[in-house]
Design a protein around this ligand. Structure first.
Ligand code: COA
Length: 167
Protein backbone atom coordinates (compact mmCIF):
# COMPACT_ATOMS: atom_id res chain seq x y z
CA UNK A 1 0.00 0.00 0.00
CA UNK A 2 1.30 3.46 -0.84
CA UNK A 3 0.39 6.55 1.14
CA UNK A 4 0.59 10.27 0.60
CA UNK A 5 1.64 11.03 4.14
CA UNK A 6 5.20 11.82 5.13
CA UNK A 7 7.48 8.80 5.51
CA UNK A 8 8.13 9.89 9.10
CA UNK A 9 4.51 9.09 9.98
CA UNK A 10 4.09 5.60 11.44
CA UNK A 11 0.93 3.62 12.08
CA UNK A 12 1.11 1.15 14.95
CA UNK A 13 -0.91 -0.52 17.72
CA UNK A 14 -1.51 1.96 20.52
CA UNK A 15 -0.08 1.41 23.99
CA UNK A 16 -1.27 2.83 27.30
CA UNK A 17 1.27 5.66 27.17
CA UNK A 18 -0.56 6.97 24.06
CA UNK A 19 -3.62 7.75 26.22
CA UNK A 20 -2.73 11.41 26.64
CA UNK A 21 -2.25 12.00 22.89
CA UNK A 22 -5.49 10.18 22.11
CA UNK A 23 -7.39 12.24 24.68
CA UNK A 24 -6.08 15.51 23.23
CA UNK A 25 -7.09 14.54 19.69
CA UNK A 26 -10.49 13.31 20.82
CA UNK A 27 -11.11 16.60 22.61
CA UNK A 28 -9.89 18.64 19.68
CA UNK A 29 -11.33 16.76 16.70
CA UNK A 30 -14.42 15.10 18.15
CA UNK A 31 -15.28 17.63 20.88
CA UNK A 32 -15.16 14.97 23.58
CA UNK A 33 -12.92 12.33 25.03
CA UNK A 34 -12.73 9.88 27.86
CA UNK A 35 -10.30 10.68 30.65
CA UNK A 36 -6.69 9.62 30.26
CA UNK A 37 -7.19 7.03 33.03
CA UNK A 38 -10.22 5.44 31.32
CA UNK A 39 -8.44 5.44 27.97
CA UNK A 40 -5.32 3.82 29.47
CA UNK A 41 -7.51 1.10 31.04
CA UNK A 42 -9.29 0.54 27.72
CA UNK A 43 -5.96 0.36 25.89
CA UNK A 44 -4.91 -2.40 28.27
CA UNK A 45 -8.18 -4.27 27.76
CA UNK A 46 -6.64 -6.87 25.47
CA UNK A 47 -9.24 -9.16 23.98
CA UNK A 48 -11.96 -6.54 23.89
CA UNK A 49 -10.60 -3.29 22.51
CA UNK A 50 -8.20 -2.49 19.71
CA UNK A 51 -6.58 0.87 19.06
CA UNK A 52 -4.24 2.05 16.34
CA UNK A 53 -2.44 5.38 16.32
CA UNK A 54 -0.58 7.36 13.71
CA UNK A 55 2.48 9.06 15.16
CA UNK A 56 4.74 11.77 13.76
CA UNK A 57 8.55 11.72 13.75
CA UNK A 58 8.61 12.89 17.39
CA UNK A 59 6.17 10.14 18.44
CA UNK A 60 3.36 12.65 18.96
CA UNK A 61 -0.04 11.13 18.18
CA UNK A 62 -1.60 12.67 15.06
CA UNK A 63 -4.52 10.28 14.66
CA UNK A 64 -6.20 7.29 16.22
CA UNK A 65 -8.93 4.74 15.70
CA UNK A 66 -10.53 2.71 18.46
CA UNK A 67 -12.84 -0.26 18.34
CA UNK A 68 -14.43 -2.86 20.56
CA UNK A 69 -15.02 -6.41 19.49
CA UNK A 70 -16.91 -9.44 20.76
CA UNK A 71 -16.90 -12.78 18.94
CA UNK A 72 -17.31 -11.98 15.23
CA UNK A 73 -18.57 -8.41 15.63
CA UNK A 74 -16.68 -5.17 16.10
CA UNK A 75 -17.71 -1.55 16.42
CA UNK A 76 -15.66 1.53 15.65
CA UNK A 77 -15.80 3.79 18.69
CA UNK A 78 -13.79 6.81 17.49
CA UNK A 79 -11.69 7.86 14.54
CA UNK A 80 -9.88 11.16 14.14
CA UNK A 81 -6.87 12.71 12.44
CA UNK A 82 -5.49 16.15 13.32
CA UNK A 83 -6.35 18.72 10.66
CA UNK A 84 -2.75 19.30 9.43
CA UNK A 85 -2.47 15.64 8.46
CA UNK A 86 -5.86 15.15 6.85
CA UNK A 87 -6.41 14.08 3.27
CA UNK A 88 -3.09 12.25 3.13
CA UNK A 89 -4.36 8.72 3.67
CA UNK A 90 -3.68 8.59 7.44
CA UNK A 91 -7.21 7.47 8.39
CA UNK A 92 -7.19 5.03 5.49
CA UNK A 93 -3.89 3.58 6.76
CA UNK A 94 -5.16 3.22 10.32
CA UNK A 95 -8.38 1.57 9.14
CA UNK A 96 -6.41 -0.84 6.93
CA UNK A 97 -4.25 -1.83 9.92
CA UNK A 98 -7.31 -2.22 12.13
CA UNK A 99 -9.20 -4.32 9.60
CA UNK A 100 -6.20 -6.60 9.02
CA UNK A 101 -5.96 -7.23 12.77
CA UNK A 102 -9.71 -7.83 13.09
CA UNK A 103 -9.55 -10.33 10.24
CA UNK A 104 -6.85 -12.23 12.11
CA UNK A 105 -9.22 -12.30 15.10
CA UNK A 106 -11.96 -13.74 12.84
CA UNK A 107 -14.17 -10.70 13.20
CA UNK A 108 -16.64 -10.62 10.35
CA UNK A 109 -18.90 -7.62 10.90
CA UNK A 110 -17.44 -4.15 11.43
CA UNK A 111 -20.04 -1.53 12.32
CA UNK A 112 -20.20 2.11 13.33
CA UNK A 113 -22.52 5.03 13.91
CA UNK A 114 -21.85 8.41 12.42
CA UNK A 115 -23.73 11.69 12.67
CA UNK A 116 -25.96 12.21 9.68
CA UNK A 117 -24.49 15.70 9.27
CA UNK A 118 -20.87 14.47 9.29
CA UNK A 119 -20.61 14.48 5.51
CA UNK A 120 -16.83 14.02 5.40
CA UNK A 121 -16.80 11.00 7.71
CA UNK A 122 -19.67 9.41 5.76
CA UNK A 123 -17.78 9.95 2.50
CA UNK A 124 -14.65 8.53 4.05
CA UNK A 125 -16.38 5.39 5.32
CA UNK A 126 -18.17 4.87 2.01
CA UNK A 127 -14.88 5.31 0.18
CA UNK A 128 -13.30 2.50 2.19
CA UNK A 129 -16.17 0.09 1.60
CA UNK A 130 -18.78 0.64 4.33
CA UNK A 131 -22.46 0.50 3.41
CA UNK A 132 -25.17 2.55 5.07
CA UNK A 133 -27.43 -0.02 6.72
CA UNK A 134 -29.77 1.99 8.90
CA UNK A 135 -30.85 5.28 10.34
CA UNK A 136 -31.64 6.29 13.93
CA UNK A 137 -33.45 9.58 14.31
CA UNK A 138 -32.93 11.71 17.43
CA UNK A 139 -29.89 9.60 18.28
CA UNK A 140 -27.30 11.99 19.75
CA UNK A 141 -28.43 13.50 23.06
CA UNK A 142 -26.39 16.71 22.64
CA UNK A 143 -27.87 17.87 19.32
CA UNK A 144 -30.69 15.34 18.75
CA UNK A 145 -29.07 14.60 15.39
CA UNK A 146 -29.76 11.37 13.58
CA UNK A 147 -27.17 8.62 13.25
CA UNK A 148 -26.35 6.64 10.14
CA UNK A 149 -25.48 3.02 10.87
CA UNK A 150 -22.77 1.66 8.62
CA UNK A 151 -21.36 -1.81 8.18
CA UNK A 152 -18.58 -3.59 6.37
CA UNK A 153 -18.28 -7.36 6.11
CA UNK A 154 -14.70 -8.54 6.63
CA UNK A 155 -13.04 -11.79 5.64
CA UNK A 156 -14.58 -11.82 2.21
CA UNK A 157 -12.74 -11.27 -1.04
CA UNK A 158 -13.05 -7.51 -1.46
CA UNK A 159 -10.27 -6.01 -3.49
CA UNK A 160 -11.84 -2.53 -3.18
CA UNK A 161 -11.42 -2.43 0.58
CA UNK A 162 -7.65 -2.80 0.23
CA UNK A 163 -7.13 -0.33 -2.57
CA UNK A 164 -5.72 3.02 -1.40
CA UNK A 165 -8.10 5.89 -2.18
CA UNK A 166 -7.53 8.00 -5.26
CA UNK A 167 -5.18 5.57 -6.96
C1 COA B 1 -12.90 11.58 8.77
C2 COA B 1 -11.38 11.71 8.97
C3 COA B 1 -10.94 10.75 10.07
C4 COA B 1 -10.68 11.34 7.64
O1 COA B 1 -9.27 11.33 7.87
P1 COA B 1 -8.20 11.55 6.69
O2 COA B 1 -6.89 11.03 7.18
O3 COA B 1 -8.25 12.93 6.22
O4 COA B 1 -8.79 10.59 5.55
P2 COA B 1 -7.97 9.98 4.30
O5 COA B 1 -6.95 10.96 3.85
O6 COA B 1 -7.48 8.63 4.66
O7 COA B 1 -9.13 9.91 3.21
C5 COA B 1 -9.46 8.75 2.47
C6 COA B 1 -10.59 9.06 1.53
O8 COA B 1 -11.76 9.47 2.26
C7 COA B 1 -12.46 10.51 1.53
N1 COA B 1 -12.33 11.82 2.22
C8 COA B 1 -11.58 12.09 3.31
N2 COA B 1 -11.72 13.40 3.65
C9 COA B 1 -12.55 13.94 2.73
C10 COA B 1 -13.04 15.25 2.54
N3 COA B 1 -12.69 16.28 3.35
N4 COA B 1 -13.90 15.48 1.51
C11 COA B 1 -14.25 14.47 0.68
N5 COA B 1 -13.80 13.20 0.80
C12 COA B 1 -12.96 12.94 1.84
C13 COA B 1 -11.73 10.62 0.17
O9 COA B 1 -12.31 9.66 -0.71
C14 COA B 1 -10.32 10.21 0.58
O10 COA B 1 -9.54 9.76 -0.54
P3 COA B 1 -8.85 10.86 -1.52
O11 COA B 1 -8.17 11.87 -0.63
O12 COA B 1 -7.91 10.03 -2.33
O13 COA B 1 -9.97 11.48 -2.30
C15 COA B 1 -10.97 13.17 9.31
O14 COA B 1 -11.58 14.06 8.39
C16 COA B 1 -11.35 13.60 10.72
O15 COA B 1 -10.60 13.41 11.68
N6 COA B 1 -12.53 14.24 10.88
C17 COA B 1 -12.98 14.75 12.19
C18 COA B 1 -13.35 13.63 13.15
C19 COA B 1 -14.48 12.78 12.61
O16 COA B 1 -15.46 13.28 12.07
N7 COA B 1 -14.35 11.45 12.84
C20 COA B 1 -15.35 10.49 12.44
C21 COA B 1 -16.29 10.29 13.58
S1 COA B 1 -17.35 8.93 13.22
Amino acid sequence: MTNRFDSTVTIRRAVSSDARGIRVIGQHCLGMSWSEKTLAADLDNIGRSLYFVAVAFDQSVIGFVSCWYVLDEAEIIDLAVVSEYRRQGVAFGMMAALRAELQKLHVRFLRLEVRETNRIARLFYQRIGFDEMGYRSDYYPDTREAAMLMEQVLNEPDAGANTPPGR
